[in-house]
Design a protein around this ligand. Structure first.
Ligand code: PSU
Ligand code: MN
Length: 303
Protein backbone atom coordinates (compact mmCIF):
# COMPACT_ATOMS: atom_id res chain seq x y z
CA UNK A 1 0.00 0.00 0.00
CA UNK A 2 1.06 3.59 -0.68
CA UNK A 3 2.85 4.80 2.49
CA UNK A 4 1.23 8.24 2.22
CA UNK A 5 -2.25 6.80 2.66
CA UNK A 6 -3.97 7.02 6.03
CA UNK A 7 -7.25 5.13 5.66
CA UNK A 8 -9.83 5.34 8.44
CA UNK A 9 -10.34 1.85 9.96
CA UNK A 10 -14.07 1.90 9.16
CA UNK A 11 -13.34 2.62 5.50
CA UNK A 12 -10.59 -0.01 5.34
CA UNK A 13 -12.88 -2.61 6.85
CA UNK A 14 -15.59 -1.85 4.31
CA UNK A 15 -13.09 -2.09 1.44
CA UNK A 16 -11.69 -5.38 2.75
CA UNK A 17 -15.21 -6.81 2.93
CA UNK A 18 -16.08 -5.45 -0.55
CA UNK A 19 -18.80 -3.28 0.95
CA UNK A 20 -19.85 -0.05 -0.78
CA UNK A 21 -17.70 3.03 -0.10
CA UNK A 22 -18.29 6.53 -1.48
CA UNK A 23 -15.49 9.13 -1.56
CA UNK A 24 -16.30 12.79 -0.81
CA UNK A 25 -14.16 15.83 -1.61
CA UNK A 26 -13.13 18.59 0.76
CA UNK A 27 -12.66 21.70 -1.41
CA UNK A 28 -16.42 21.99 -1.41
CA UNK A 29 -16.12 22.30 2.41
CA UNK A 30 -13.23 24.78 2.53
CA UNK A 31 -13.90 26.81 -0.62
CA UNK A 32 -17.40 25.91 -1.78
CA UNK A 33 -19.61 27.14 1.07
CA UNK A 34 -19.44 29.52 4.04
CA UNK A 35 -19.13 28.36 7.67
CA UNK A 36 -21.15 26.87 9.35
CA UNK A 37 -23.24 25.72 6.35
CA UNK A 38 -20.18 23.96 4.95
CA UNK A 39 -19.74 21.92 8.13
CA UNK A 40 -23.44 21.10 8.45
CA UNK A 41 -23.60 20.08 4.79
CA UNK A 42 -20.49 17.89 4.98
CA UNK A 43 -21.99 16.01 7.93
CA UNK A 44 -25.40 15.69 6.24
CA UNK A 45 -23.75 14.38 3.07
CA UNK A 46 -21.81 11.71 4.98
CA UNK A 47 -25.03 10.76 6.83
CA UNK A 48 -26.89 10.52 3.52
CA UNK A 49 -24.30 8.03 2.24
CA UNK A 50 -24.72 5.96 5.42
CA UNK A 51 -28.51 6.10 5.19
CA UNK A 52 -28.16 4.45 1.80
CA UNK A 53 -25.98 1.67 3.12
CA UNK A 54 -22.53 2.80 2.07
CA UNK A 55 -19.54 4.10 4.03
CA UNK A 56 -18.53 7.72 3.39
CA UNK A 57 -14.85 8.59 3.00
CA UNK A 58 -14.20 12.33 3.06
CA UNK A 59 -10.72 13.01 1.71
CA UNK A 60 -8.11 15.67 2.59
CA UNK A 61 -4.35 16.02 3.03
CA UNK A 62 -3.17 16.46 6.63
CA UNK A 63 0.18 16.06 8.41
CA UNK A 64 1.93 14.63 5.36
CA UNK A 65 -0.76 11.99 4.78
CA UNK A 66 -3.58 11.47 2.32
CA UNK A 67 -6.44 10.94 4.71
CA UNK A 68 -9.26 8.71 3.47
CA UNK A 69 -12.19 9.14 5.85
CA UNK A 70 -12.17 12.20 8.12
CA UNK A 71 -13.55 12.42 11.65
CA UNK A 72 -16.18 15.05 12.46
CA UNK A 73 -13.48 17.07 14.23
CA UNK A 74 -11.28 17.03 11.13
CA UNK A 75 -14.21 18.07 8.94
CA UNK A 76 -14.94 20.88 11.38
CA UNK A 77 -11.33 22.06 11.25
CA UNK A 78 -11.47 22.30 7.43
CA UNK A 79 -14.85 24.04 7.62
CA UNK A 80 -13.62 26.68 10.08
CA UNK A 81 -10.28 27.31 8.36
CA UNK A 82 -12.11 27.66 5.04
CA UNK A 83 -10.12 29.36 2.30
CA UNK A 84 -7.01 29.55 4.54
CA UNK A 85 -6.62 25.85 3.71
CA UNK A 86 -4.93 25.21 0.36
CA UNK A 87 -7.23 24.21 -2.48
CA UNK A 88 -5.32 21.15 -3.65
CA UNK A 89 -5.53 19.72 -7.14
CA UNK A 90 -3.10 17.23 -8.74
CA UNK A 91 -0.21 19.69 -9.10
CA UNK A 92 -0.41 20.79 -5.43
CA UNK A 93 -0.27 17.32 -3.85
CA UNK A 94 3.54 16.90 -3.56
CA UNK A 95 4.03 20.36 -2.03
CA UNK A 96 1.24 19.98 0.53
CA UNK A 97 2.37 16.49 1.54
CA UNK A 98 6.09 17.26 1.77
CA UNK A 99 5.45 20.43 3.80
CA UNK A 100 2.90 18.59 5.97
CA UNK A 101 0.30 21.29 5.30
CA UNK A 102 -3.47 20.90 5.24
CA UNK A 103 -4.93 20.55 1.76
CA UNK A 104 -8.58 20.42 0.78
CA UNK A 105 -8.86 18.17 -2.25
CA UNK A 106 -10.57 19.21 -5.48
CA UNK A 107 -12.25 16.71 -7.76
CA UNK A 108 -8.90 15.86 -9.39
CA UNK A 109 -7.03 15.31 -6.13
CA UNK A 110 -9.96 13.43 -4.59
CA UNK A 111 -10.06 11.08 -7.59
CA UNK A 112 -6.33 10.39 -7.22
CA UNK A 113 -6.70 9.69 -3.49
CA UNK A 114 -9.80 7.53 -3.99
CA UNK A 115 -8.08 5.50 -6.67
CA UNK A 116 -5.02 4.91 -4.45
CA UNK A 117 -7.40 3.61 -1.77
CA UNK A 118 -9.32 1.47 -4.32
CA UNK A 119 -12.53 3.48 -3.95
CA UNK A 120 -14.45 3.47 -7.21
CA UNK A 121 -17.07 6.17 -6.85
CA UNK A 122 -17.14 9.72 -5.61
CA UNK A 123 -19.93 12.23 -5.00
CA UNK A 124 -19.57 16.00 -5.26
CA UNK A 125 -21.51 19.09 -6.31
CA UNK A 126 -20.12 20.06 -9.65
CA UNK A 127 -16.90 19.28 -11.49
CA UNK A 128 -14.51 21.85 -12.90
CA UNK A 129 -14.46 22.33 -16.66
CA UNK A 130 -13.54 24.64 -19.50
CA UNK A 131 -14.05 28.21 -18.34
CA UNK A 132 -15.78 30.78 -20.50
CA UNK A 133 -13.10 32.65 -22.43
CA UNK A 134 -10.74 29.67 -22.24
CA UNK A 135 -9.76 30.16 -25.87
CA UNK A 136 -7.84 33.20 -24.54
CA UNK A 137 -7.06 32.24 -20.91
CA UNK A 138 -6.44 28.47 -21.31
CA UNK A 139 -8.34 28.06 -18.02
CA UNK A 140 -9.36 24.41 -18.17
CA UNK A 141 -9.82 22.58 -14.88
CA UNK A 142 -7.38 19.79 -14.01
CA UNK A 143 -10.52 17.79 -13.15
CA UNK A 144 -10.98 17.01 -16.85
CA UNK A 145 -7.52 15.48 -17.36
CA UNK A 146 -8.04 13.46 -14.22
CA UNK A 147 -11.29 12.08 -15.55
CA UNK A 148 -9.36 10.95 -18.62
CA UNK A 149 -6.86 8.86 -16.63
CA UNK A 150 -8.10 7.90 -13.19
CA UNK A 151 -10.58 5.08 -12.69
CA UNK A 152 -13.14 6.72 -10.44
CA UNK A 153 -16.74 7.53 -11.32
CA UNK A 154 -17.91 11.02 -10.35
CA UNK A 155 -21.52 11.77 -9.45
CA UNK A 156 -22.21 15.49 -9.91
CA UNK A 157 -25.11 17.77 -10.81
CA UNK A 158 -23.75 18.26 -14.31
CA UNK A 159 -21.41 21.02 -15.37
CA UNK A 160 -21.51 24.30 -13.49
CA UNK A 161 -23.28 26.96 -15.50
CA UNK A 162 -20.42 29.40 -14.73
CA UNK A 163 -18.38 27.36 -17.24
CA UNK A 164 -18.56 26.97 -20.99
CA UNK A 165 -20.70 23.84 -21.16
CA UNK A 166 -20.31 23.34 -24.88
CA UNK A 167 -16.50 23.47 -24.77
CA UNK A 168 -16.42 21.26 -21.67
CA UNK A 169 -18.48 18.59 -23.47
CA UNK A 170 -16.17 18.79 -26.50
CA UNK A 171 -13.11 18.45 -24.28
CA UNK A 172 -14.62 15.45 -22.48
CA UNK A 173 -15.33 13.80 -25.81
CA UNK A 174 -11.71 14.30 -26.84
CA UNK A 175 -10.54 12.77 -23.56
CA UNK A 176 -12.92 9.83 -23.95
CA UNK A 177 -14.93 10.49 -20.81
CA UNK A 178 -18.55 9.28 -21.02
CA UNK A 179 -21.16 11.73 -19.72
CA UNK A 180 -24.19 9.86 -18.38
CA UNK A 181 -27.47 11.48 -17.38
CA UNK A 182 -29.39 9.95 -14.51
CA UNK A 183 -32.99 9.69 -15.69
CA UNK A 184 -32.42 12.57 -18.10
CA UNK A 185 -31.40 13.12 -21.71
CA UNK A 186 -30.44 16.72 -20.96
CA UNK A 187 -27.20 17.71 -19.29
CA UNK A 188 -28.03 19.45 -16.01
CA UNK A 189 -26.26 22.78 -15.33
CA UNK A 190 -25.62 22.41 -11.60
CA UNK A 191 -28.20 24.92 -10.26
CA UNK A 192 -30.75 23.96 -12.91
CA UNK A 193 -32.05 20.77 -14.49
CA UNK A 194 -31.80 22.17 -17.99
CA UNK A 195 -28.88 23.48 -20.01
CA UNK A 196 -29.83 23.09 -23.66
CA UNK A 197 -27.17 20.38 -24.13
CA UNK A 198 -27.52 16.62 -24.27
CA UNK A 199 -25.72 13.96 -22.24
CA UNK A 200 -24.10 11.07 -24.13
CA UNK A 201 -26.34 8.41 -22.60
CA UNK A 202 -29.39 8.48 -20.34
CA UNK A 203 -29.35 5.87 -17.58
CA UNK A 204 -32.50 4.80 -15.80
CA UNK A 205 -31.21 2.96 -12.74
CA UNK A 206 -28.17 2.73 -10.42
CA UNK A 207 -27.67 -0.86 -11.63
CA UNK A 208 -27.48 0.27 -15.25
CA UNK A 209 -24.78 2.78 -14.27
CA UNK A 210 -22.87 0.20 -12.27
CA UNK A 211 -22.96 -2.22 -15.22
CA UNK A 212 -21.49 0.43 -17.50
CA UNK A 213 -18.71 1.27 -15.02
CA UNK A 214 -17.79 -2.38 -14.51
CA UNK A 215 -17.74 -2.89 -18.26
CA UNK A 216 -15.54 0.14 -18.92
CA UNK A 217 -12.93 -0.97 -16.42
CA UNK A 218 -13.15 -4.67 -17.30
CA UNK A 219 -12.34 -3.80 -20.90
CA UNK A 220 -9.29 -1.94 -19.61
CA UNK A 221 -10.43 1.52 -20.66
CA UNK A 222 -8.77 3.89 -18.25
CA UNK A 223 -10.43 6.93 -16.77
CA UNK A 224 -13.57 8.07 -15.05
CA UNK A 225 -17.18 8.53 -15.99
CA UNK A 226 -19.40 11.52 -15.27
CA UNK A 227 -22.77 10.66 -13.78
CA UNK A 228 -24.85 13.81 -14.12
CA UNK A 229 -27.71 13.86 -11.62
CA UNK A 230 -30.11 16.81 -11.94
CA UNK A 231 -30.75 19.00 -8.88
CA UNK A 232 -34.18 18.21 -7.34
CA UNK A 233 -36.90 20.34 -8.97
CA UNK A 234 -37.96 21.95 -5.68
CA UNK A 235 -34.51 23.41 -5.02
CA UNK A 236 -33.46 24.24 -8.57
CA UNK A 237 -32.85 27.89 -9.45
CA UNK A 238 -34.92 29.78 -11.93
CA UNK A 239 -32.99 29.57 -15.21
CA UNK A 240 -33.10 33.32 -15.95
CA UNK A 241 -32.17 34.30 -12.41
CA UNK A 242 -29.19 31.96 -12.62
CA UNK A 243 -28.03 33.16 -16.02
CA UNK A 244 -28.21 36.82 -14.99
CA UNK A 245 -26.36 36.19 -11.73
CA UNK A 246 -23.60 34.31 -13.53
CA UNK A 247 -23.18 36.97 -16.20
CA UNK A 248 -22.86 39.63 -13.49
CA UNK A 249 -20.44 37.47 -11.49
CA UNK A 250 -18.19 37.08 -14.52
CA UNK A 251 -18.20 40.86 -15.12
CA UNK A 252 -17.15 41.35 -11.48
CA UNK A 253 -14.44 38.71 -11.86
CA UNK A 254 -12.91 40.49 -14.85
CA UNK A 255 -13.10 43.88 -13.13
CA UNK A 256 -11.20 42.52 -10.13
CA UNK A 257 -8.74 40.58 -12.29
CA UNK A 258 -9.46 37.27 -10.55
CA UNK A 259 -7.76 34.36 -12.30
CA UNK A 260 -6.59 30.79 -11.96
CA UNK A 261 -7.59 28.70 -8.97
CA UNK A 262 -9.40 31.65 -7.34
CA UNK A 263 -11.92 31.89 -10.20
CA UNK A 264 -14.29 29.07 -9.26
CA UNK A 265 -14.58 29.92 -5.52
CA UNK A 266 -15.05 33.60 -6.38
CA UNK A 267 -17.80 32.93 -8.93
CA UNK A 268 -19.69 30.53 -6.66
CA UNK A 269 -19.61 33.03 -3.80
CA UNK A 270 -20.67 35.90 -6.07
CA UNK A 271 -23.57 33.91 -7.51
CA UNK A 272 -24.61 33.14 -3.95
CA UNK A 273 -24.78 36.80 -2.96
CA UNK A 274 -26.44 37.86 -6.23
CA UNK A 275 -29.18 35.27 -5.73
CA UNK A 276 -29.64 36.22 -2.05
CA UNK A 277 -28.39 32.81 -0.97
CA UNK A 278 -30.77 30.85 -3.23
CA UNK A 279 -27.87 29.22 -5.07
CA UNK A 280 -26.52 27.89 -1.77
CA UNK A 281 -29.86 26.17 -1.08
CA UNK A 282 -29.61 24.50 -4.52
CA UNK A 283 -25.98 23.62 -3.90
CA UNK A 284 -26.73 21.83 -0.63
CA UNK A 285 -29.73 19.97 -2.08
CA UNK A 286 -27.83 18.78 -5.13
CA UNK A 287 -24.86 17.49 -3.13
CA UNK A 288 -27.18 15.45 -0.93
CA UNK A 289 -28.95 14.14 -4.00
CA UNK A 290 -25.58 13.11 -5.49
CA UNK A 291 -24.45 11.40 -2.28
CA UNK A 292 -27.61 9.29 -2.37
CA UNK A 293 -27.17 8.24 -6.00
CA UNK A 294 -23.48 7.45 -5.46
CA UNK A 295 -24.38 5.19 -2.52
CA UNK A 296 -27.02 3.45 -4.64
CA UNK A 297 -24.62 2.87 -7.53
CA UNK A 298 -21.98 1.67 -5.05
CA UNK A 299 -24.28 -1.12 -3.84
CA UNK A 300 -23.55 -3.22 -6.88
CA UNK A 301 -20.20 -1.77 -7.92
CA UNK A 302 -17.92 -3.47 -5.39
CA UNK A 303 -19.43 -6.95 -5.84
N1 PSU B 1 -18.12 22.89 -7.37
C1 PSU B 1 -18.70 23.41 -6.27
N2 PSU B 1 -17.93 23.81 -5.25
C2 PSU B 1 -16.57 23.68 -5.32
C3 PSU B 1 -15.97 23.09 -6.48
C4 PSU B 1 -16.79 22.74 -7.47
O1 PSU B 1 -19.90 23.53 -6.19
O2 PSU B 1 -15.91 24.06 -4.37
C5 PSU B 1 -14.50 22.86 -6.50
C6 PSU B 1 -14.23 21.37 -6.79
O3 PSU B 1 -13.31 20.92 -5.83
C7 PSU B 1 -13.63 21.35 -8.17
C8 PSU B 1 -12.94 22.68 -8.19
O4 PSU B 1 -12.75 20.28 -8.38
O5 PSU B 1 -13.86 23.56 -7.56
C9 PSU B 1 -12.61 23.13 -9.60
O6 PSU B 1 -11.76 24.23 -9.51
P1 PSU B 1 -11.02 24.76 -10.83
O7 PSU B 1 -12.10 25.32 -11.68
O8 PSU B 1 -10.07 25.80 -10.29
O9 PSU B 1 -10.31 23.59 -11.41
MN1 MN C 1 -8.60 26.79 -13.54
Amino acid sequence: MNSFLDIHPEVQEALDKKMPVVALESTIISHGMPYPKNYETAILVADEVRKHHAIPATIALMNGKIKIGLSKEEIKQLAIEGTRVTKTSRRDIPYILSKKLTGATTVSATMIAASLAKIKIFATGGIGGVHRGATETFDISADLQELAHTNVAVVCAGIKAILDLELTLEYLETLGVPVLGYQTEELPAFYTRKSGFKVDYAMQSPKEISDLLKTKWAVGLEGGVIIANPVPEAESLDYNLMTEAIDQAIVAQHKLGIKGKESTPFLLEKVKSLTQGKSLVSNIALVLNNARLAAQVAQDLYR
